[in-house]
Write a protein that binds this ligand. Sequence first.
Ligand SMILES: NC(=O)c1ccc[n+]([C@@H]2O[C@H](COP(=O)([O-])OP(=O)(O)OC[C@H]3O[C@@H](n4cnc5c(N)ncnc54)[C@H](O)[C@@H]3O)[C@@H](O)[C@H]2O)c1
Length: 254
Amino acid sequence: MKLEGKMAVVTGAGSGIGRACALEFAREGARVVVADINAAAAQATAQQIGPAAIGIPTDVADPEAVTRLAQKTIETLGKVDVLMNNAAIQVNKTIEDTTLEEWNRQMAVNVGGVFLCSRAFLPQLRRTRGAIVNMSSVNGYFVEPFSAGYCATKAAIIGLTKAMAIDCGPSRVRVNCICPGYIDAGLAEGYFQAQADPAAARMAAGKLHALGRIGRPEEVARVAAFLASEEASFITGAQIAVDGGFGSGLPLNS
Ligand SMILES: NC(=O)c1ccc[n+]([C@@H]2O[C@H](COP(=O)([O-])OP(=O)(O)OC[C@H]3O[C@@H](n4cnc5c(N)ncnc54)[C@H](O)[C@@H]3O)[C@@H](O)[C@H]2O)c1
C-alpha cells in the first residue's frame, strides 16, 4: 500500500473529489482527517472510511478554525505526512456580476485556505518530510465563461504551488498540484446548473476532453495518492493534469 503508516489531512473531503481522495488515501493505508465546513458531510465521509478516519468540521478560510484543525490533528494522529488542500467554492458569474463579498469569500476559501492550512501544517510536514497536494484545475490555464474569479484562484494555486515547492525543497517537503478537467462532482454540477441549458452544458463539457467524457472523482484520487506517496519522491513544483486530454476535444459549440 502506497500510504501505509501515513497520516493525511484532506480539506473539503465531505464530498466530491475530496471525499474520493480521503477514501483512496485510507485504502492505501493512511489514517485520514476529513476536514470540511459541512460538519455532517465530514462525519459521513469519516464514517464511510471507518476507524482510520476522523471528521473535523473546519472552515479553511477561518484562521482560528485552521489552528484548531492542526492542534486536533496532532492530538489525534500524532504526526502529519500529507496535507491535501482541496476545499474550494465556485462563483459562476462574470466580474461585473460578482459582488465584493463573493469575490472576497472565493479568494479566502480557494487561495487563503491553501495559505492558512499550509502555514499551519508545515512545521509538522517538515518533521516527517511530508507532501502537500494542492487542488488546482485546468481552469488555472484554460479559462471558461462566467467564472473569472474562480479561474483566477485556480491560476493562483499553480503559482503558489511552484513557489512553495522552492521554499520547502530544502526541508524535503514536496509540493505539487493537480489540474483536473471536468469531474463529476459538486463544482462542475454547480457550473452546469448555472448555464441556460444544464443538460446541454454537461454534454458539451464531455466533448472538450479527448476521451469524450467528463472524469470521475476516483480518477483524480488515484493521482493524489501517488503524489502524496514516496512513489513521487522526485516530483515537486509540478502541475499534473488529470483531464482526459482536455482542450484536445471538440469546442463547446460543435
Ligand atoms: N468538479 C470539477 O469538475 C473540478 C474540476 C477541476 C478542479 N476541481 C477542484 O476540485 C476541488 C473539489 O471540487 P468538487 O467538484 O469535488 O467540489 P464539491 O463541491 O463536491 O466539494 C467541495 C467540498 O469543499 C467543502 N468546502 C467548501 N468551502 C469550504 C471551506 N471554507 N472550508 C472547508 N471546506 C469547504 C464543501 O462543503 C464540499 O464538501 C476544488 O478545489 C475544485 O476547484 C473540481
